[in-house]
Write a protein that binds this ligand. Structure first.
Ligand SMILES: NC(=O)c1ccc[n+]([C@@H]2O[C@H](COP(=O)([O-])OP(=O)(O)OC[C@H]3O[C@@H](n4cnc5c(N)ncnc54)[C@H](OP(=O)(O)O)[C@@H]3O)[C@@H](O)[C@H]2O)c1
Length: 350
């Protein structure tokens, strides 16, 4: 609905710009008008907030791998064109609807908006906003909703990771990968084998807490893991790459190991030899974080609250790799697509 309303606003904003006259307040946003094409920066006329909604002054917005998939038409959810991408943000409350009781003007918040966050302003339902505790900066907070929410969900809720267990994580130097390392080592007291595509990425993963690393561009992942942990294997694997990397991670699991399918950054979806599950009593499970918002809101909300609490307590330390300005959004997308990014990539709206 937000997208539809925004579309209704757009011609007005265009008219204003063409006529070179003001039409009242407006804000800048990244616009996907055509799939697989560069985003444009447009001026958008704001709409009124509904009773349960909050208008937020966006400070930082996460740039996720999934944002790029959405703008290519390759994601599970496909918004109508034109739309504003951006699934998460941090910012301050500008205005609240008449039924809003959870936040007030000036509060610092994070939100998981689904879309619409790559903009100076974002209107969002109060239900999917969380207050940022005092000790957490707006910049740190912007890293939490998707990357840390996914890491906590994967490790705690899905894989039920126990202290002392070994966790293998692929794309380990990415935003979600580093969050998995952080939560596994510093919250759950697990040991992490970081799997990444270059020595530089492996080095960063080790600096951020992994006990060992494997550069999977240099030979068999399964053999490298065997050298590290012996034939026993790893207890948990969190895979974000898919294809052959998923299969090698699956083959690296210990008896009663758990593997969580989080993404397919490599572009291939593997077919699984299910005999491997039987032989070692393995559990293979999927994770689609956004679905928890609709299917199991208490778990969804608990994840976000845990991420904020861990950050407030200093137990996790998010790593921001690079910050781009809104008008550099296409450079930010390229940075991620070309596998140059390490840690979280953010857009700064200030
Ligand atoms: N299911 C969910 O709810 C959920 C939530 C969050 C993220 N995800 C998924 O998890 C994955 C990682 O997300 P992220 O936001 O953390 O991304 P990211 O920081 O950009 O990490 C992506 C990494 O994937 C690796 N990769 C492997 N093959 C690639 C290829 N052909 N093209 C590009 N990258 C490739 C690269 O690391 P190396 O160079 O080390 O291989 C790259 O840095 C994505 O697939 C994303 O969709 C899913």
């Amino acid at each position: 609905m937000a997208v539809v309303l925004w579309r209704q606003c757009l011609p007005r904003a265009w008219l204003c710009r063409r006529a070179g006259q003001g039409c009242g307040r407006h804000y800048r946003a990244a616009l996907c008008a055509e799939l697989k094409q560069p985003l444009a920066i447009e001026e958008v006329a704001p709409r009124p907030v509904r009773p349960h909604e909050v208008r937020v002054d966006v400070h930082f917005c996460g740039v996720n791998f999934a944002d790029i998939l959405v703008c290519r038409g390759q994601y599970q959810e496909r918004p109508h064109l034109p739309f504003i991408p951006g699934m998460e943000f941090s910012g301050t409350v500008l205005e609240t609807g008449t039924d809003v009781s959870t936040v007030k003007k000036g509060d610092r918040v994070i939100g998981m908006s689904g879309f619409n966050s790559m903009a100076e302003e974002c209107i969002i339902d109060q239900k999917i906003l969380w207050q940022i505790p005092d000790k957490v900066s707006l910049r740190e907070a912007a890293t939490l909703p998707i990357s840390y929410g996914t890491a906590i969900l994967a490790l705690e809720h899905r894989a039920r990771t126990q202290p002392g267990e070994t966790v293998l994580v692929t794309a380990a130097a990415g935003a979600t990968g580093l969050a998995v390392i952080d939560v596994a080592t510093n919250v759950l007291q697990a040991k992490v084998i970081a799997v990444a595509g270059s020595d530089e990425k492996c080095k960063l993963a080790m600096q951020r807490g992994a006990q060992s690393s494997v550069n999977y561009s240099q030979g068999s992942l399964k053999e490298a893991v065997r050298k590290l942990v012996g034939t026993g294997g790893v207890h948990v694997a969190i895979d974000m790459v898919g294809g052959d990397v998923f299969l090698e991670a699956l083959r690296s699991l210990a008896w009663e190991g758990r593997i969580v399918v989080v993404g397919f950054a490599g572009g291939n979806i593997a077919s699984m030899p299910t005999n491997l599950l039987l032989l070692k009593n393995i559990s293979a499970m999927g994770l689609y974080y956004g679905q928890y918002r609709d299917q199991n809101f208490p778990v969804f909300s608990k994840n976000l609250s845990s991420a904020l609490q861990y950050c407030q307590e200093g137990r996790i330390q998010p790593y921001v790799g690079k910050v781009f300005k809104l008008e550099e959004v296409n450079d930010a997308f390229l940075h991620v697509m070309q596998r140059k990014s390490m840690g979280k990539v953010l857009l700064s709206l200030k």
